[in-house]
Design a protein around this ligand. Structure first.
Ligand code: DGY
Length: 321
């Protein structure tokens, strides 16, 4: 039996409930990403596919699905795993899940910012290792945030939410990006100013990445750009790993060209560069930006609603542009 809706990995119960009597639904029985071969086999004949960010949806996969495919509903705001141009050429609608994960991701960006500037990971490792220590005035000093500058690369919804939180810690906001933010947004962020990326990197105490991964942003932070950052500055990445040249980052961190990094995403997930694992001045978490029960449920529900809307001939709630 050909499935009408293919779901490449188990979704939260609330999202599954929405499928109700949607018709033939195939859900991957595996608690892991499908291999490329399994994915090709699963999507054959589908009208809608609900995908996760680890599923590569390229022209070949769209071809394998067949001409009846109408929707790829990605359970993520980022959709760099989907060839949106190839989908458009075939008349396939691609949707993502913006909005519902903004707060959770901004919370995690701030968690990483605090963790790396206050050496939380390092301190915890020290205690767990049973290393002798005593309180003294120079023990494990970090960087205070009040009066420091947060450089936001990409002042979209998540960038703004992160900046708003950083304001509560007394940080000044600077940003870079393709568009100037509305005056009301700049004012709400305490007079945030837009700078060219190089100037932002040269002046920020903490740089936080919130741009999408595209051909233009791949390795946006390469060796040359990392060297523009201050030796006392920190990098936070909750966007996508390949925006940073990971080998160059390991080198910059190891050589003291920047002070530290808080990373939620990696260039070749789920692999994490050995060099990063060996450094003390990085905090690493496994792509947890949206990982709250509420957020992941809302993301899955939104993706399912998008797929159902397209199948019903209605406009999707959140198509990608
Ligand atoms: C997204 O939605 O793009 C996030 O990376 C998921 O956590």
């Amino acid at each position: 039996m050909t499935a009408r809706i293919v779901i490449t990995r188990r979704l939260p119960r609330a999202a599954m409930t929405l499928l109700g009597d949607a018709g033939r639904v195939w859900i991957s029985p595996h608690d892991r990403p499908l291999t490329a071969g399994e994915l090709r086999e699963a999507v054959a004949g589908a009208e809608a596919i609900v995908t996760l960010l680890h599923d590569r949806v390229d022209a070949a996969l769209l071809e394998a699905a067949g001409p009846q495919l109408r929707c790829v509903a990605n359970v993520a705001v980022g959709y760099d795993n989907v060839d949106a141009d190839a989908a458009r050429e075939r008349g396939v609608i691609v949707t993502n899940t913006p909005g519902v994960l903004t707060d959770a991701t901004a919370d995690l960006a701030i968690a990483l910012l605090l963790a790396v500037t206050r050496r939380i990971g390092e301190g915890e490792r020290l205690l767990r290792a049973g290393t002798p220590w005593s309180w003294d005035l120079s023990f494990m000093l970090g960087m205070g945030l009040a009066g420091k500058t947060l450089g936001v690369v990409g002042l979209g919804a998540i960038g703004q939410a992160t900046a708003r939180r950083a304001r509560a810690f007394g940080m000044q906001i600077r940003y870079s990006g393709r568009r100037q933010a509305a005056p009301s947004v700049e004012a709400e962020l305490g007079g945030a100013r837009r700078l060219e990326l190089d100037e932002l990197l040269e002046t920020a105490d903490v740089v936080t990445l919130h741009c999408p991964l595209t051909a233009e942003t791949h390795h946006l932070l390469d060796h040359r750009r990392l060297r523009r950052m201050r030796a006392s500055a920190y990098l936070i990445n909750t966007a996508r790993g390949p925006i940073v040249d990971e080998a160059a980052l390991v080198q910059a961190l190891g050589a003291g060209e920047i002070a530290g990094a808080g990373l939620d995403v990696f260039e070749r997930e789920p692999e994490v560069d050995r060099g990063l694992l060996e450094l003390e001045n990085v905090v690493l978490v496994p792509h947890l930006g949206s990982a709250t029960t509420e957020t992941r449920t809302a993301m899955a529900e939104l993706a399912v609603r998008n797929a159902l809307a397209v199948l019903a001939g209605e406009p999707p709630l959140t198509p990608v542009t």
